[in-house]
Design a protein around this ligand. Structure first.
Ligand SMILES: Nc1ncnc2c1ncn2[C@@H]1O[C@H](COP(=O)(O)OP(=O)(O)OP(=O)(O)O)[C@@H](O)[C@H]1O
Length: 313
């Protein structure tokens, strides 16, 4: 269950890579809030900037402009040591490819407890081992697995180890970056169920990154759609699917395959053409077109969308 208590706030985030001619603005003026206890989806195609946002929150990426607040306090810049340590513990990330994110030469106990070792806060060896065993149990693995190597496990088990690695830190906020994309289709639902159960048990808040809208639909409370480094639409997830407004969101939704093959054939796929926006005189902003439903648009588009999609008319 989500409250309206803001846990994480991203305000006017800009991320630029490179300098001079090779300068590339990967994230442009991105703002959103994530409420405590909710699952917030971030959806967009490859290269749109989803991971860069996740990495900025993890403080792996340099932030060029704007700020990120956790529990109302900035996480970047010159911050007190104690606060820095707390953020390092409370914000964790689960990665797409469990193979790539796990050190193959390290045993599972080390893989899971590495973060604990770095924060010092978590006691002696025996206490750490106890935490590792508990984390393994929590993700549905045997405590004995602690003394094995990651390559001895299946993809799904490795992702569970990746989840245990985040969980052992006793986080409050988890960024799940395409956590099931690399997994066999047959085990995806299991891992999603695990994430959902862990959320309830541990009162976790999730930022769930995906390129696949159909996954986001079933597990997120609210969703933001990102296109080329900009959020084009943000709404409660059901609203986004029942009444998508931005042409890019509409194109994405129309591209989600229908489970019914007959319907799919009849379905018209919309194509998104960014040139359709005329922003030269009438500049766009991020407008709340109805309660909690934001769209990137200019004045002319807002009034057109209101009429087209029967909002407040
Ligand atoms: N360290 C970097 N240096 C230069 N460009 C980068 C760097 N990291 C990311 N980019 C670029 O920024 C853009 C956004 O990348 P990002 O990985 O955030 O996208 P994404 O939406 O997560 O895509 P994917 O689903 O493929 O991971 C891409 O064009 C990428 O090439």
């Amino acid at each position: 269950m989500s409250s309206k208590e803001v846990l994480l706030e991203v305000k006017g985030l800009n991320v630029t890579f490179g300098k001079g001619k090779s300068k590339f603005e990967a994230i442009r003026d991105v703002s959103f809030e994530i409420y405590k206890g909710e699952t917030f989806g971030l959806v967009g195609e490859s290269g749109s900037g989803k991971t860069t946002i996740g990495r900025s929150i993890m403080r792996i990426n340099e932030v060029t402009g704007g700020e990120i607040l956790f529990r109302g306090r900035p996480i970047n810049g010159n911050i007190p040591k104690e606060w820095d340590r707390e953020i390092t513990q409370k914000i964790q990330m689960i990665f797409q490819d469990p193979m790539a994110s796990l050190n193959e030469r390290a045993k599972v106990d080390y893989v899971i407890s590495e973060g604990l070792l770095n924060t010092k806060k978590f006691g002696n060896d025996a206490e750490r081992m106890e935490k590792v065993r508990n984390a393994l149990l929590e993700v549905g693995l045997l405590p004995e697995f602690a003394s094995r190597f990651p390559h001895e496990f299946s993809g799904g088990q490795r992702q569970r180890i990746g989840i245990a690695r985040a969980l052992v830190m006793e986080p409050e906020f988890i960024i799940a970056d395409e956590p099931i994309s690399a997994l066999d289709v047959s085990i995806r639902a299991q891992v999603l169920n695990l994430l959902s159960n862990l959320q309830k048990q541990n009162n976790l808040t999730y930022l769930f990154i995906a390129h696949d809208l159909s996954i986001v639909r079933f597990i997120t409370d609210r969703t933001a759609v990102i296109y080329e480094g900009e959020i084009v639409e943000l709404a409660p997830t059901e609203k986004l699917f029942s009444n998508p407004i931005h042409p890019y969101t509409r194109a994405l939704i129309s591209a989600v395959p229908e489970p019914n093959p007959y319907k799919e054939r009849a379905k018209k796929v919309e194509i998104y053409n960014p040139a359709q926006h005329n922003y030269e005189k009438d500049r766009p902003s991020f407008v709340e077109i109805e309660d909690g439903h934001f769209v990137h648009a200019n004045k002319e588009e807002i009034s057109r969308y209101r009429t087209m999609y029967k909002i407040g008319v």
